[in-house]
Design a protein. Sequence first.
Length: 142
Amino acid sequence: MKVSKTDVPRREWLAVLFPPAAASVLLAAGARDAASTPHGWLAFIAALAAGFVPSILYTLVLAREGRLFPRDSAAIERNRDRIIRVGIPIGWVLAGGLVAASVLLDGFFSVVFASALAGAVLGFWPGILANFIRLRREVWTR
């Protein structure tokens, strides 16, 4: 099926606009809860950094290794294999750490959860945007 240049970007812009919109909602919810909790701002900033730093570092590692835009099926399969071997276990460890931090910081669950998730979304967003720009330039202009 041939896709014209004008058809694709209308739908695909949602992939670029949704992450910052969702992060904004999560940040607003976390900030609201942080304002009403003693030492909530400290938890808010720490959780935001804990979500943002690993995801932006991972995006930068992918870009440096040339794995941000895999093109051939072998490269895609290697990425999928690495995700299964490494990415999923790390995700479970990070999620467990988030739950443990929320339990230890009694009453901070909503602040920590919303802030960490917003940070992760914002950390992955530059890679999503770069991929969108590449697809728009290389594929959708044909």
